[in-house]
Structure formats: structure tokens, C-alpha cells
Design a protein around this ligand. Structure first.
Ligand SMILES: Cc1cc2nc3c(=O)[nH]c(=O)nc-3n(C[C@H](O)[C@H](O)[C@H](O)COP(=O)(O)OP(=O)(O)OC[C@H]3O[C@@H](n4cnc5c(N)ncnc54)[C@H](O)[C@@H]3O)c2cc1C
Length: 452
């Protein structure tokens, strides 16, 4: 794991911070938030967590549960819900469709362990949502992987083989049933995997932040602009925002791709943006024209294809997500109209009967990947911990990684924690990663064809 160039006690100016706009449909559809509690003055505590996404919320809650006498401060630069976590498509999934399980016993065990790890994250999240009555439409609907091309059908065939190899249950759905469920004849085949959940992501993360245990103070709209790293024991770490500071011997970075701004992992993280759009509310007439089931989520057979959701409760809308772009500067604005156009094309291909229904919101959000897909987990330097890189499975992986990081900090031990510690760590990205990502994304879009 790389460390900062700065020696202990040095003040490090945070060089990359998020600049989200007010376009996130999930967040905008919710009632307006009360004014944020902003970090002001100088505070000392036992643990500082920076980042109110899935990882940061999980670390914070778990630290508070394990150490009720500790004082924990959670700081976010924006409103929690307007971040990538609140901008996700809300598929809380237990496995992606690139299971590498065919053939080898150790590959089978690794895939089964990864699914079990994700499920542990989802189970804890579901329990937390239920225990705190968080109204976020968390429902076990499962997920459909659907094909619109013969290549997509072949990919689903391979996916079914890998599910068989790890003894996972699923149902094959033929073209007629696809048309009846999805309200479109666009798809020829689907696999329904039953163990995933759908959720309103902004409502979930808002609710998680609002129901933190009493020993947690949550500060929003408080961007951390500099850090003085301590030594992890006698000299605390101090983080500064525009109007205040917090000091603690333990500092957790749950800051997604922005972790680079804190002086870590600049060679390992691949900063991507992916984009979503959601329609305005459908009228009753449009709902009838749509047909299809009231609520479902589809992930395209090809990884570069389009995910869609029908979201009935509390609104009656359709969500579309596709496209990745590369941005070292986390630019969520300049490519938005390009992304919205590809969403429009994907939407009209699938539901020509709804051609007159416009999108109300289009937005981008940060993803950080690593070249080999391995996560950042553990101590980055004395007393500074990180949980980053959850690929497209941020709800499950971000949550379990955050929970386990808190358990590690508190000296707990478990089989899951040992597995997490034993995972590989991110490789260095290749030189010219911008160009590499663009070529790769372009090639994948061409291959995906009508799966997009
Ligand atoms: C459009 C879209 C669709 C997606 N769909 C899905 C999906 O369906 N299912 C799924 O599982 N995943 C999905 N993802 C991925 C998922 O959103 C991410 O993997 C997840 O949000 C990562 O969680 P995190 O906690 O690591 O980071 P984030 O959610 O990005 O949280 C990091 C937080 O750190 C804060 N921060 C950063 N720097 C600072 C600073 N200097 N000072 C203060 N605060 C700071 C940010 O404001 C942010 O709130 C999607 C992502 C996008 C963008």
C-alpha cells in the first residue's frame, strides 16, 4: 500500500474534493433536508471518519456499536444522499455477473466466499434498516440479468454455468415472460437471481446518517481541506474544514476515489464516473401503456450494457443507467448531456410507447476501480485507515468492508475479517490510464451493441 509523501506532523492540503451538483434524481425526489450541522470550532474525539457513503456509514455505526464510550465524528463535504452512494441505481446485489468459478475448486470456493461476504453486508444493512425504521423501500426483489442480443444470450448461458458451479439458485425467464414482466419485447432471455434487494439509495443513506447511535456526531457540508497526520498514538491526526477542525488518534478515510486527494493511492485508483437518468412520474395512462410489473431491476447481460429499474413506490418512474467516463478531476457536469443522450436512446429503444415521457433528472457519480479489482482495506499509515474500491457492488461491498474495518480497528477477530485481510491489494494502474480507459470503454460499447 502506498503512503503519503508527507512526514508525520506535516500539513497535507487535500488536493481533490467532490463537487456534486443538485441533479441527483433520488435525492431531489425526497423532501428537502433541514439545514446541515456544519463542523465549527475545534473538537477532539476518539475516531474521525471522513465520508458518508456506504463505507463511511458502516465504519461509523460499527465503531459506535463496539465502543459505546468512544466519541466518533463523521464528516462529509456534501449532504449525505447527494454523494455517489445516494446516486447509485439502488441494486443491493450479492454477486456480479463476472463470477470466476468455472472449473477449479479454489475458484469455486473464492466465488462462494465473495458471495457470502456480500450477503453478510446486505444482511447487516437490512437489519439496521429494519431496526431503525428507515423508509427507503428496501425490498428483496432479486435482480434480472437480461439479454437483448444473441451475444447477450450466450453471456447469460455462461453466467448460468457459473451460477451452477457455485450452487446458486436462479430462474430462466423466456421471451414471453420477459415481455410481460418488463413491459417491452426488447429482451429475449433473462436470468432471475433471487437474493438481491432494490432500494431508494438516497433515502437509505440519509436514514442511516440520521439514526446513528448517540455517541456519533455527524457533520455535513464540511469539506476537509487539509490534514495534519499524527503518529497514531501520542500525537493525534487533525483534519481541518473551512470553519472547524477535529483531532483524534484514529482517522478513517472512506472517501472513494477522493482518497487520492489525501495523499494515498494516486497510482492505484482508476477514477470513473457513471451516469443515471430518471423519468418524470408516469401518468396513469402512461403506466397502462407501459404494462409490465410494478417494480423490478434489470442488469444487462453485457457489463457495458444498460441497467434499468421500474420504480413504483413512492413514485412511478423509470431509471436508466449506462456509460462510464474517466475524470481525474471528478467532473460531473461537462459530459452530462452526452450521458443523458445515450440514456434517452436506451430508453426509447426499450419503451417506444413512452417516447413522449421526458427524463426529469440526469446525474453522474464517482466510482473508483482498481486494475485488478482488488479493494483498499486496512491501515494506510499509523492510525490512518482506508476502505475504498467497491467496484459496481458498492452497497454490499462498501458496507461489509466498512463494518469489518471498524472491527479490525477495535481488535476483533472473525473468519470474514480474516478473509478480507487476505484479499489482494490494488495493482498500479497502467500509464496513460485516461486513454486506456477511453479505448476500453469505447470497445466495450461497440461489443455491447443493443445491450446498451
Ligand atoms: C450512477 C451510479 C449507479 C450505481 N449503481 C450502483 C448499484 O446499483 N449498486 C451498487 O452496489 N453500487 C452502485 N454504484 C456504485 C456505488 O455508488 C459506489 O460503489 C459507492 O457509492 C461507493 O461507496 P463509498 O462509501 O466508497 O463512496 P461514496 O459513496 O462516494 O462516499 C464517499 C464520501 O466521501 C466524501 N468525501 C470525499 N472527499 C471528502 C473530503 N475532502 N471532505 C469531506 N468529505 C469527503 C464524499 O462527499 C462522499 O460522500 C453506482 C454508482 C453510480 C455513480
Amino acid at each position: 500500500m502506498s503512503t503519503t509523501k508527507h512526514s508525520e506532523g506535516d500539513r497535507h492540503r487535500v488536493s481533490l474534493t467532490p463537487t456534486y451538483d443538485q441533479s441527483n434524481g433520488w435525492h431531489e425526489m425526497l423532501p428537502p433536508l433541514a439545514e446541515p450541522t456544519i463542523l465549527t470550532g475545534d473538537t477532539t474525539c476518539d475516531h474521525i471518519v471522513i465520508g458518508g457513503g456506504y463505507s463511511g456509514l458502516a465504519v461509523t455505526r460499527r465503531l459506535a456499536e463496539l465502543d459505546p464510550s468512544a466519541r466518533i465524528v463523521l464528516i462529509d463535504g456534501d449532504r449525505i444522499g447527494n454523494n455517489a452512494a445516494g446516486r447509485s441505481s439502488g441494486f443491493a446485489i450479492d454477486h456480479a455477473h463476472n463470477l470466476r468459478a468455472k472449473g477449479f475448486a479454489d475458484a469455486k470456493k473464492a466465488a462462494q466466499d465473495a458471495i457470502a461476504m456480500n450477503r453478510a453486508g446486505l444482511e447487516w444493512l437490512g437489519d439496521t434498516i429494519a431496526a431503525n425504521n428507515i423508509d427507503c423501500q428496501w425490498v428483496q426483489e432479486g435482480k434480472y440479468h437480461a439479454a437483448a442480443t444473441s451475444r447477450g444470450e450466450r453471456m447469460l448461458g455462461q453466467f448460468a454455468e457459473s451460477l451452477d458451479a457455485v450452487d446458486e439458485d436462479y430462474t430462466l425467464v423466456g421471451a414471453n415472460d420477459c415481455a410481460e414482466i418488463f413491459g417491452t419485447s426488447y429482451y429475449s432471455l433473462a436470468i432471475h437471481a433471487p437474493h438481491s434487494y432494490l432500494v431508494q439509495p438516497a433515502a437509505m443513506v440519509r436514514g442511516l446518517a440520521e439514526t446513528m447511535p448517540a455517541n456519533v456526531a455527524v457533520y455535513e457540508s464540511s469539506m476537509v481541506t487539509s490534514v495534519e497526520y499524527g503518529d497514531g498514538s501520542s500525537r493525534p491526526h487533525t483534519v481541518r474544514t473551512e470553519r472547524g477542525s477535529a483531532s483524534a488518534p484514529s482517522l478513517v478515510l472512506a472517501t472513494n476515489g477522493f482518497t487520492e486527494g489525501f495523499g494515498f493511492l494516486s497510482k492505484q485508483l482508476i477514477p470513473l464516473i457513471t451516469w443515471g437518468s430518471i423519468t418524470r412520474e408516469l401518468t396513469d395512462d402512461e403506466s397502462n401503456r407501459f404494462g409490465g410489473h410494478a417494480s423490478y431491476g434489470i442488469i444487462a447481460a453485457h457489463p457495458a450494457g444498460t441497467s434499468v429499474r421500474r420504480v413504483t413506490t413512492p413514485n412511478n418512474r423509470i431509471l436508466v443507467r449506462n456509460i462510464f467516463s474517466f475524470s481525474k478531476k471528478s467532473d460531473f457536469v461537462s459530459r452530462k448531456s452526452w450521458a443523458a443522450k445515450t440514456h434517452r436512446r436506451a430508453f426509447e429503444r426499450r419503451w417506444p410507447q413512452l417516447i413522449d415521457v421526458p427524463f426529469e433528472h440526469s446525474w453522474g457519480g464517482a466510482l473508483s476501480l482498481s486494475r485488478n479489482g482488488e479493494p483498499v482495506f486496512g491501515e494506510l499509515r499509523p492510525g490512518v485507515f482506508g476502505t475504498v474500491v467497491h467496484n459496481g457492488v458498492g452497497i454490499a461491498r462498501g458496507t461489509i468492508s466498512g463494518k469489518l474495518l471498524a472491527e479490525m480497528i477495535m481488535g476483533e477477530d472473525s473468519e470474514l475479517l480474516r478473509q478480507m485481510k487476505a484479499k489482494g491489494r490494488p495493482d498500479d494502474a497502467l500509464p496513460f490510464q485516461n486513454l486506456g480507459v477511453r479505448i476500453n470503454a469505447r470497445a466495450r460499447r461497440i461489443i455491447a451493441g443493443r445491450e446498451e
